[in-house]
Ligand binder design. Structure first.
Ligand code: KG4
Ligand code: ZN
Length: 352
């Protein structure tokens, strides 16, 4: 089965052509246009700007992804939420017009389901895909959820954040450290710049809390962590380290805070995932969402899961961690939900 998938939930306009391949999904073409640079000067996404850019990009992006193969496409898939209303409308309405004019059925996809099923994207028939039941840690700009995938259809929410999403915390902390938007990748980069020497020398002075880490439940919290960074930065202002515009101290110390924050977030996410594994005894653990691109989190979770015998770890390639349409196509193939031309965007759609 070949599917044309469309993704327009936030500031990425994406389209992809995908097809069934063994137990997974193969990507024929995946195209992404991003308006992220236009939001940088505001330090966050401006919904009107994002929607306007979606309108400008959607037709060229779809045209490139289809590559003249429209007749072999069996269905049009589109993510209909969660996301920004203005952005969602562009993808959903375009998908409906295509479905009507090309006489193809239309499949609706929950954007978060797409992130999870990005783990089923393969390059060849013999590539391994996650075995179920699986525990999914879904970490994005708006969500931090632990879910149990009992079967491909039957998913259960088992835990997650009670306040900020992990990605949101990364973005806010980056702002406190005066790093550009989007903050996640910037914090990741800054953290990797700390030399082992500097880390040994300074990190004991920059300890952040690991909220709820010793709590036996699967609840998480990131807003306190962000507040702790805020206090730390305030203190640095007093001593003149941050935001000092000159000298190396500022960057060294800022990078140490970035690394300590990444460590704290990674430790909490890893610990809670391990607790879920202990409780539900899955065959696989899958990491998904934009924050799954984080180097420390990918490495640490992989290491801890691989210590357990009989549990396999999966994480998408970097290009399928952030928003893309290939994952929407994968979800449409593996968890199809046929809909009609009455489809409406659902900005607050829940993960499960
Ligand atoms: O899944 P995504 O692309 O969009 C949503 O569905 O929200 O996730 C975006 C989030 C942003 O908060 C961004 O800062 C974060 O993922 N992110 C990262 C990294 N790359 C993206 N966070 C930490 N480390 C990264 N390398
Ligand atoms: Zn996303």
């Amino acid at each position: 089965m070949k599917i044309l998938a469309i993704e327009s939930t936030c500031d990425e306009t994406a389209a992809a052509l995908v097809e069934t391949c063994g137990g997974g999904v193969k990507v024929i073409r995946s195209v992404i246009a991003s308006s992220v640079e236009m939001h940088q000067k505001y330090g966050g996404i401006v919904p009107e700007v994002a929607a306007r850019e979606q309108i400008r990009s959607i037709i060229p992006v779809i045209t490139e992804a289809v590559g003249g193969e429209v007749s072999s496409v069996e269905a049009i898939a589109v993510s209909y939420g969660p996301g920004l209303m203005g952005s969602l409308l562009v993808g959903v309405e375009t998908a409906k017009v295509l479905s009507w004019t090309q006489k193809k059925k239309i499949l609706k996809v929950n954007h978060m389901t797409g992130h999870v099923l990005a783990n089923w994207i393969v390059e060849g028939e013999n590539e391994e895909v996650p075995k179920l039941p699986a525990i999914g840690l879904v970490v994005s700009g708006g969500h931090t959820d632990l879910i149990l995938l009992k079967t491909m259809k039957d998913w259960q929410w088992i835990g997650g954040t009670r306040d900020d999403a992990a990605g949101e915390a990364f973005d806010k902390v980056a702002r406190l450290l005066e790093l550009p938007y989007p903050g996640g990748p910037e914090i990741d980069k800054a953290a990797q710049q700390v030399s082992e020497n500097d880390w040994e020398k300074y990190h004991s002075e920059y300890k952040l809390p690991r909220p709820l880490i010793n709590d036996p439940g699967l609840e998480m919290s990131f807003s306190g962590l962000k507040a702790a960074v805020s206090r730390m930065v305030e203190n640095e202002k007093v001593t003149g380290w941050i935001p000092d515009q000159v000298g190396n101290d500022r960057n060294t110390k800022r990078n140490i805070i970035a690394r300590e924050f990444s460590e704290a977030a990674t430790e909490v996410l890893t610990k809670k995932t391990l607790l879920a594994v202990e409780k539900y005894k899955p065959k696989s653990v899958i990491l998904a969402g934009g924050v799954a691109a984080n180097k420390r989190l990918r490495e640490r979770l992989k290491l801890e899961i691989e210590k357990l015998s009989e549990v396999n770890f999966f994480v998408p390639e970097l290009k399928y961690c952030g928003d893309n349409a290939a994952m929407i196509g994968a979800a449409a193939i593996l968890r199809p939900e046929e809909t009609t031309l009455n489809l409406r965007p659902e900005p607050s759609l829940a993960t499960v």
